[in-house]
Design a protein around this ligand. Structure first.
Ligand code: FE2
Length: 505
C-alpha cells in the first residue's frame, strides 16, 4: 500500500551531455530522483511512460525544441512543472514559453544555486496547485454536507457522494455499499462510473470483509499492472471504510485507471472527507428516520385521539389511508408520494381536535354556526402542523379533502384541477368509507349505496377520473371488504358501470 511516498521525479533534457552531468551532480544532494537525457527523443519517450513532477529542458536541441518537451510533458502530466533553459534568450521566446505553461525560464550560464532555488520554488508552486485539489475537496464536502442537511433521499445523497468521489479522484468507477451494522445486512448499493454496468469488484460484498476486524478509517489500496492496447496501465483499487461513531456502516470502493502509478496525499484526504460526509449523511438519515418515526407515532396518537372523540370514525382513518394508497398505486404513484399519502391521510382530520365535542358528535343537523365551526377543521389542521417541516407533504390532504370538483366545497371553493390531486383522491376514499362504515345510530350502508352516491356526485363533488380509479379497483376485486368492514359485499353492479374516461396520473 503506497501513497505516493516515492521521491520527487525530475527529468533533465539537454543535448549537451556535460550540462546534464553538471545538473545531475548539483541535485545529487537533494532528495530528488533525477534522470537526465541528452537525446530528446528518449526523454519524450520516458516522460510519456512515467510519472514526472518536474522537467528541466534546454530550448534548442537540434531538430527538437524545448517547446515540444514542454507540450508533451503537460499533455501527459497536467500539473508537472517545466523549466526552460537557453543561452540565447529573447523577450519573445520567454513570453511565448511562459504562455505555453512553462513555470520559469533560466538563462545559461546560470549559477547552480539559482537552479536549485528555481526548482524548489517550482515544486512549492506545484504543491500549492495540488493542495488546491484538497480545497476543491473541501468545497465538494461543503456541497455534500449542505445536501445532508436538506431533505434529500439517502440514495440520492450517496449517489452525490459517489459522483464527487469519482470527480475528485478521477476514478473510472465508484461503488458505495451501505450495511446495517448490527445485522450486516446490505441496505443499499450505489454505483457511478464510465461503464453503465459496474466492474463487479466495486459493488462486491466481499470488499466489506476487509474491515471486519478493524476500526481504522484508513483506506485499503491495492494496485494491479494491466495492459490496455499494448500500453502499461495501473489499476488502483481503493476501499475506503465508512464509520459512524466507530461502527462500520459500509464502504466506498473506487477503481482508478491511470498510466502512472500516482495517488497524492491530497487525494487520499479528499476521499477521507467524502467518506466522512457519507458517514454524516448516514447518521443524519438514521436520526431523521427515527425523528420521522417518532413524529409519526405522536401524530398517529393525535389521530387516534380524534377518532376517540368522534364516535363514528373508529378505524376510519386507517381504512381511508389503505384505500387511498390502493388508488394511488393504481395511478402509478412512486414510493415517496405513497409515503406522503400515508402521512397525509393519517393526519387529514387532525383539525377536528379543535372542534368541540358536542358539535363533533351531534347526531342531528348542525346550525349554521356549528357547521362553520365543523368546516373549519381543514384550516385548524393546518395550524396544528404549521411549522413542522416534516409534515409539509400532508398539507394538500388536510386542506383540500373537502373541496368539491365543481367549486362548491370548502375551505377555498377550489374547482377541478385547482384542487390538488391529493385532496381529490382523499375525498373519494373518505366518502366511500364513510358510507360503508357502521355508525352508532345506523349500520354501514351497502356497497350499492356507496357506488350510487359516487356515481351521483361524479363531476360535482368528485373528480370523475378518481371515481373511475376506485371503480377499477372494485371491478378487479381488489378491495378486501371482509377485512375492513367485516362483511362480504356484492360487486356485481360495478361490472355494468362504464368508466367515463381513462384515469390519469
Ligand atoms: Fe375531514
Amino acid at each position: 500500500m503506497m501513497i505516493r511516498n516515492q521521491p520527487i521525479s525530475i527529468v533533465v533534457v539537454d543535448d549537451e551531455k556535460y550540462i546534464c552531468n553538471i545538473i545531475v551532480e548539483a541535485l545529487a544532494s537533494e532528495k530528488y530522483e533525477v534522470r537526465a537525457f541528452s537525446d530528446p527523443r528518449e526523454a519524450l519517450n520516458y516522460i510519456e511512460q512515467n510519472s514526472v513532477d518536474l522537467v528541466l529542458t534546454d530550448l534548442v536541441m537540434g531538430e527538437y525544441t524545448g517547446i515540444q518537451v514542454l507540450e508533451s510533458t503537460l499533455a501527459s502530466h497536467s500539473d508537472a512543472t517545466v523549466i526552460l533553459m537557453t543561452a540565447h534568450p529573447t523577450v519573445q521566446t520567454a513570453i511565448s514559453v511562459l504562455r505555453k505553461g512553462a513555470y520559469d525560464f533560466l538563462v545559461k550560464p546560470f549559477r547552480l544555486e539559482l537552479l536549485k532555488a528555481t526548482i524548489r520554488r517550482g515544486l512549492e508552486h506545484q504543491q500549492v496547485i495540488r493542495e488546491n485539489l484538497h480545497l476543491k475537496g473541501q468545497v465538494e464536502f461543503l456541497k455534500v454536507a449542505g445536501a445532508a442537511n436538506a431533505e434529500i433521499e439517502i440514495d440520492d445523497f450517496l449517489g452525490m457522494v459517489a459522483r464527487s468521489c469519482r470527480k475528485e479522484m478521477d476514478a473510472a468507477a465508484v461503488g458505495i455499499i451501505e450495511i446495517e451494522p448490527s445485522t450486516k445486512e446490505v441496505l443499499r448499493k450505489v454505483y457511478t462510473g464510465t461503464d453503465e454496468l459496474p466492474p463487479k469488484e466495486v459493488l462486491q460484498n466481499s470488499t466489506l470483509d476487509k474491515f471486519a476486524y478493524t476500526k481504522s478509517n484508513k483506506p485499503l489500496i491495492h494496485k494491479k499492472e494491466v495492459e490496455v492496447d499494448g500500453r502499461k496501465q495501473t489499476q488502483t483499487w481503493i476501499s475506503q471504510p465508512i464509520f459512524v461513531r466507530r461502527r462500520f456502516h459500509g464502504v466506498i470502493n473506487l477503481l482508478i485507471e491511470s498510466r502512472f502509478d500516482r495517488l497524492t496525499p491530497g487525494e487520499i484526504d479528499v476521499l477521507a472527507i467524502l467518506a466522512n460526509s457519507a458517514a454524516a449523511a448516514i447518521a443524519n438519515y438514521r436520526h431523521y428516520e427515527d425523528l420521522h418515526a417518532s413524529y409519526l407515532q405522536a401524530i398517529k396518537g393525535l389521530a387516534n385521539a380524534v377518532e376517540a372523540r368522534d364516535q363514528y370514525t373508529a378505524g376510519h382513518t386507517d381504512r381511508v389511508t389503505r384505500l387511498a394508497e390502493q388508488m394511488a398505486r393504481h395511478l402509478g404513484w412512486d414510493e415517496r408520494r405513497i409515503e406522503h399519502l400515508n402521512m397525509g391521510c393519517t393526519l387529514h382530520d387532525i383539525g377536528k381536535l379543535g372542534v368541540p365535542d358536542d358539535i363533533l358528535n351531534k347526531p342531528g343537523h348542525l346550525t349554521d354556526e356549528e357547521r362553520t365551526m365543523m368546516q373549519s377543521h381543514p384550516e385548524l389542521g393546518l395550524k396544528i402542523i404549521d411549522g413542522i417541516d416534516l409534515f409539509r407533504p400532508a398539507i394538500p390532504y388536510i386542506i383540500a379533502h373537502h373541496e368539491w370538483y365543481d367549486g362548491t366545497g370548502y375551505p377555498k371553493g377550489l374547482k377541478g384541477e385547482e384542487i390538488p390531486i391529493e385532496g381529490r383522491l382523499l375525498a373519494v376514499a373518505d366518502t366511500f368509507d364513510a358510507i360503508l362504515s357502521d355508525r352508532p345510530y345506523r349500520d354501514g350502508a351497502d356497497l350499492s349505496v356507496a357506488v350510487s352516491e359516487l356515481v351521483k356526485f361524479k363531476g360535482t363533488q368528485f373528480d370523475p377520473e378518481i371515481v373511475d380509479v376506485l371503480f377499477d379497483l372494485l371491478r378487479a376485486g381488489k378491495i378486501d371488504f371482509v377485512l375492513h368492514y367485516g362483511r362480504e359485499m356484492d360487486t356485481s353492479q360495478i361490472e355494468e358501470l362504464k368508466p367515463t374516461e381513462k384515469a390519469r396520473v
